[in-house]
Design a protein around this ligand. Structure first.
Ligand SMILES: NC(=O)c1ccc[n+]([C@@H]2O[C@H](COP(=O)([O-])OP(=O)(O)OC[C@H]3O[C@@H](n4cnc5c(N)ncnc54)[C@H](OP(=O)(O)O)[C@@H]3O)[C@@H](O)[C@H]2O)c1
Length: 256
C-alpha cells in the first residue's frame, strides 16, 4: 500500500483537491455539516462533542509524523519547522481544546467523527509524504528564503486570531451551560466567524512556508470546509438575534 501510494501520490493529490471542490459546492448549495449549532436529527447515533473532537483530531496530530517516518523523510530545518508548527496546532486542537468546551451535553453524530478520521488519515498521508520528498536544508538556508518568513508570519497571525476567537467563544458559557449569545471583542468586531478566518489564514501560511502541493491541498480543503460553514454561521446569527451587529461581515473584514 505504502509503495503504491509513494508512486501515485501526485494523482491522489489531484483527486483529493477535486473532491474538496465538489464538497465545497455541495456545502454552499446544501445544508451545513451537522455539528455544533447546525446539529440535526437523522444522522444516526451520537457521541459527546468534546470526545468526538479528541478522537478525530488525534489522528491528525499523530498521522503527519507517522507517515513522514514511514515514507522515510529526513529531518532538517525545512521539515522540522513545519512539523513542529503542525504539532503545536494539533496538540492544542486534539488534546487541549476539547477539554476547554464547557458544555458536556452537546453531541455530534458518529458519522461526522468517522468522516473526520478518514479525512485526517488521507490528509496526513499526503502531508507526511510531501514533507518526506523535501531535500534537507539548514536553518541558515531556511531563514534566507522569503516564503519561509512570510509563511511563518501569516501562520502566526492566523493562529493568534484563531486562539483569541476560540477563547472568546468558549468564555460565553459557564460550565454546564449550552445557550448561545452574541460574541464581542477581538476580530468578532469585524466578522461572524473569526475562529474560522484564523484557521484559514493559518493553513495558507503553512502552505507558503512548507512550499509543497501537499500543504496547498490542505489549505484548499480547509477553505472548502470552512467558507460554507462561515456563511451558514452568519445566516444563523442574523436569524437568531434581532440586535446582531449589522456591520459585521461573514469572513473577510470590511468586504464580505
Ligand atoms: N481545519 C479545519 O478544517 C477545521 C474544521 C472545523 C473546525 N476547525 C476549528 O475548530 C474550532 C471549532 O470549530 P467549530 O466549527 O466547532 O466552531 P464554532 O461553531 O464557532 O464553535 C466553537 C465553540 O464555541 C461554541 N460557540 C460557538 N458560537 C457560540 C455562541 N454564539 N455562543 C456560545 N457558544 C458558542 C460552540 O458550541 P456548540 O458546539 O454548542 O455550538 C463550540 O463549543 C475552530 O477554531 C475551527 O477553526 C478547523
Amino acid at each position: 500500500m505504502l509503495v503504491w501510494l509513494d508512486q501515485h501520490m501526485e494523482e491522489c493529490m489531484m483527486g483529493w483537491m477535486i473532491t474538496a471542490g465538489i464538497i465545497m459546492v455541495f456545502l454552499i448549495l446544501g445544508p451545513s455539516a451537522p455539528y455544533g449549532r447546525h446539529v440535526r436529527k437523522g444522522w444516526g447515533p451520537t457521541l459527546p462533542a468534546y470526545i468526538g473532537w479528541f478522537i478525530y483530531e488525534t489522528p491528525a496530530l499523530l498521522g503527519t509524523f507517522l507517515f513522514f517516518y514511514l515514507f522515510q523523510g529526513k529531518i532538517s530545518a525545512g521539515t522540522a519547522i513545519p512539523l513542529v508548527l503542525w504539532g503545536i496546532h494539533y496538540t492544542y486542537r486534539a488534546w487541549i481544546y476539547p477539554f476547554r468546551i464547557r458544555s458536556r451535553a452537546k453531541h455530534m453524530p458518529y458519522m461526522i467523527a468517522a468522516s473526520a478520521i478518514l479525512f485526517n488519515l488521507g490528509n496526513t498521508t499526503i502531508l507526511g509524504w510531501s514533507f518526506a520528498q523535501q531535500d534537507p536544508i539548514s536553518l541558515s538556508e531556511w531563514i534566507r528564503s522569503w516564503h519561509h518568513i512570510v509563511g511563518l508570519a501569516v501562520f502566526g497571525l492566523g493562529m493568534f486570531i484563531n486562539h483569541q476567537s476560540d477563547a472568546i467563544l468558549l468564555s460565553l458559557r459557564k460550565t454546564g451551560e449550552s445557550h448561545y449569545s452574541i460574541p464581542y471583542g477581538g476580530f468578532f468586531r469585524h466578522v461572524s466567524s473569526p475562529n474560522l478566518l484564523g484557521e484559514i489564514i493559518e493553513w495558507i501560511g503553512f502552505a507558503i512556508l512548507s512550499w509543497h502541493l501537499g500543504a496547498v491541498t490542505f489549505a484548499v480543503w480547509t477553505m472548502a470546509n470552512l467558507i460554507p460553514r462561515a456563511m451558514e454561521n452568519h445566516r444563523w446569527y442574523k436569524k437568531s438575534f434581532e440586535d446582531y451587529p449589522s456591520d459585521r461581515k461573514i469572513l473577510i473584514p470590511y468586504l464580505w
